[in-house]
Design a protein around this ligand. Sequence first.
Ligand code: HEM
Length: 274
Amino acid sequence: MSHEPADFPELDFTGTTPYEDYVQADLLTHLQHPLSDDPGELAFLVTTQVMELWFTVIVHEWQTAGGCLRDDDAPGALDALTRSTYELHALNASWEPLAHLTPARFNAYRSALGDGSGFQSAMYRRMEFLLGEKSASMLVPHRGSPRVHAELEKALHEPSLYDEALRFLARRGAPVPEAVLGRDVTRCYAPDPGVEAVWAGIYAGDPQDLAYRLGEGLTEVGELVWRWRNDHLVATRRAMGAKTGTGGSSGVAWLEKRAAKQVFPELWTARSHV
Ligand code: HEM
């Protein structure tokens, strides 16, 4: 029996608390196993785990948006895209604990990471696949994890969010080239002048039009992903200069090439023609 005042929260539960049953905080807060004795490593590990969780939510939003577009439900798609932009802001804000690492501080636990690299993040890869950045070879590192591999393989064969957006525009009468509509969706999306012309036409029109708002929703997503890549690049440059990556790439030079790419390319180039 509790002797607390009547407006005090409930204290007596027969089993685990309903909060614990829902959040699984006990499990979540015992998934941190640093590999070194360095006190700075926990923040590195938790930031990485937090980012994995945001990747998971964002993948869910973009899948929702793609499904809505397939059903010609543009408001539903816009809602999911808008939610994902709030989440992308939260994701990007989580760089802060890692944005000021010096090489000496990073070195204190870097060797403990062995060959581990964010490059091997399957959930990040699913985000990239949804953006149209498909690549069958990105499945190779995951051969040892059947569930992860199966999810990635499925994602490889599904149309990306951008494919769904272009198909939606075509059903509304936009002249999206047949070659784009029928493209092999397992391949990386390549910019097309016909698609650029479609977006230029939309952007010359009514800002309240659903296609225009879809263009802006996707642009916002594209910009925030580009910001994540660039924040990652700068954090890496500060923490390790031009050293080789733990994943085996040239490091910063490789990340610079990745960060230079535009997400949803024609949404950016079309602006020169409006
Ligand atoms: C300051 C800390 C970090 C450094 C120095 C760093 C360094 C690197 C480097 C050098 C690469 C290139 C691949 C390689 O050779 O390893 C890479 C890739 C990657 N990292 Fe990080 N990283 C850091 C933090 C993070 C965090 C917190 C995440 C969150 C999950 C992350 C996710 C990724 C992803 C997804 C890639 C692949 C990018 C792509 O495929 O374009 N990194 N990182």
